[in-house]
Design a protein around this ligand. Structure first.
Ligand SMILES: [Zn+2]
Ligand SMILES: [Zn+2]
Length: 341
């Protein structure tokens, strides 16, 4: 099998590895597509220096083999199923896992290649994965299925924000994650959805995909007014989000932020107005369950298709990574060759 390994700043190589066989509780997935996320962009650009490592955590593919303990089990995936994959492991026994917060598992570890290099598994043509971590998506396009991970993250974000049908929602940031929040809030019956960004092009696109109003940060409060849930999907805008939260409102910090950036709400405001700031990190299995069902149903087809910026194969993976580090993109996908061993 083939796997893309990041070996230094701006450097990647395609390695050959022994093809995996499934453990009793596992399946083998022949990967069809893997999205390039912030983590891979930062590794390639050198903003995060961790080499060698085999990243790729937003992948989907088709099951080519099934382990002995899951074969024939009712509800278990079967050979030929197209699936989206939860590639990060959850130990199941640490404190957060036992409290139903496996997104915060203390021992997430992924997998390793034959020489010990840490591998997330997505930028490879084949992977062995626990059957419980794959979610069938019917005949949905494979690059839609590869958006299962970010979609699950955004579903988790809506749950963290206590989102309910009828809520007024504002989303700070009209990029890839902002657009997934927009699609989910629309689907979930928000009474209004505002998207806030500094890019007019992104605001126009948000309008095309269901935003009730759009605004730059300076005019957001005037145009959109107070909100029930405000999602911050950009690297800034926390103060604006707090200002926009109405009585009983919630601010969800979805992005990764600079360590030094404070997120504050006055103690008395929090008391009297019940305004809360909550974080949203990663996802839980139930978020995958819902996200994969949305992908399978096709209900988000147009939203997801509009977020496909470009598709590259392994031979041009450097071009894919160069594109995401030099230009604004929604999602760029890497598509491995058909496994030959
Ligand atoms: Zn991601
Ligand atoms: Zn755990």
């Amino acid at each position: 099998m083939k796997v893309v390994v990041f070996t230094g700043v701006g450097e990647v190589e395609v390695r050959s590895e022994p093809s995996p066989t499934p453990g009793p509780d596992q399946v083998i997935v022949d990967v069809g597509a893997c999205g390039v996320c912030t983590f891979e962009r930062r590794l390639f650009a050198g903003d995060k220096q961790w080499y060698p490592v085999a990243p790729g955590h937003e992948a989907a593919g088709v099951i080519s083999a099934v382990g002995s303990a899951v074969e024939g089990l009712s509800g278990s995936p079967v050979v030929g199923d197209r699936v989206t994959m939860d590639l990060l492991t959850r130990c199941g026994t640490c404190g957060p896992c036992r409290r139903g917060k496996s997104a915060l598992c203390r021992y997430r570890q992924g997998r390793v290649l034959s020489d010990g290099t840490v591998s997330f598994g997505g930028f490879a043509d084949r992977i062995a994965i626990d059957a419980k971590s794959v979610y069938p998506v019917g005949d949905a396009p494979v690059h839609h299925a590869a958006m299962g991970e970010p979609l699950a993250c955004c579903i988790h974000s809506l749950r963290q924000g206590g989102f309910q049908p009828g809520d007024r929602v504002a989303i700070i940031g009209g990029g890839f994650m902002g657009r997934l929040h927009l699609a989910l809030a629309r689907l979930g019956g928000a009474s209004s959805i505002g998207v806030i960004d500094i890019s007019q092009e992104r605001l126009d696109l948000a309008s095309d995909f269901g935003a009730s109003w759009t605004a730059t940060p300076d005019e957001a409060l005037e145009i959109g007014g107070k909100q029930d849930v405000v999602f911050v999907t950009a690297m800034a805008g926390v103060d604006l989000a707090v200002e926009m939260a109405d009585l009983g409102g919630t601010v969800v910090l979805y992005s990764a932020f600079d360590n030094a950036l404070p997120a504050t709400v006055g103690a008395d405001k929090s008391h009297r107005e019940e305004v809360a700031i909550v974080g949203a990190f990663s996802q839980e299995p139930e978020d995958w369950q819902l996200g994969s069902s949305y992908i399978r149903s096709g209900i988000l087809h147009d939203d997801l298709e509009a977020l496909v910026t470009a598709r590259y194969d392994f031979d041009t993976v450097t071009d894919a990574l160069t594109l995401v580090t030099t230009e604004p993109t929604f999602r760029v996908f890497v598509e491995p060759p058909t496994p030959d061993d």
